[in-house]
Design a protein around this ligand. Sequence first.
Ligand code: SAH
Length: 263
Amino acid sequence: MTAAQEGQLVLLIGKDRKSFIVRLQHGVRLQTHRGILEHSDLIGRPMGSRVRSHLGHQYYLLAPSWDDLLRAIRRASQIVYPKDIGYILMKMSIRPGSVVLDAGTGSGALAAAFASAVMPTGWVISYEIREDMLALARRNLAHLGLAEYVTLKHRDIGDGFEETEVDALCLDVPAPWYYLEQAQRALRGGGFFGSILPTANQVIELLRALERSPFAFLEVEEVILRGYKVVSARFRPMDRMVAHTGYLIFARALAAEGSDEEE
Ligand code: SAH
């Protein structure tokens, strides 16, 4: 039986599905719209158990999934959705030990997902032009316990990346086509390039630029996810879905000009 420990991130979900993610600490209390839960009463309780607020409302005590954590992240920017993140991790081959560049940091959702995939031996370096965004991302990463795997840099990526030979680089900025030279210089030969864009116009602009740059194997994809109503007697799709989040653009970096073998 695994019990909730002090210092652990836990998820509390009410009957109304409203959920809270907190790091357990003696002496701290969680104030919900349906009453108070004292952390001390939660520490030591088995995970998966039902607990009650002081008003008698029931909550489930669980370890949050990555999906829960990313949904709960404090956001000031548009963040990347878990459905897209999962696919990006696979396509860009991001795994323990990878060195990954991320820009812009925004709320840090993507940086956090990269960190969780590359840890404990890999490293994420995330660039952001806005100080306020960096402060928010720093908070989010600390809350998730991932700060030690992410270096945040307050820099315009137009000025280039300070790293070279990185395994993967992901641009989540409005005009990624301006930064392909910088991206190519930072990536190792064959490294993975990725970008996320909300509109088709931006995708076309990026493709035009990629076609003129030392990148190959261009791909544009979209992940469409449909949820279902999980009632066994009336199993059917949800009425509504998030139909569009963004287009995913992938490419592989080619080695710098002049390093090719003669045919
Ligand atoms: N992937 C992020 C969201 C990024 S939103 C997340 O998951 O939360 C885009 C961010 O790029 C914004 O915060 C913006 O300030 C930043 N940005 C835009 N142009 C930039 C540039 N040239 N250099 C660095 N950051 C930039």
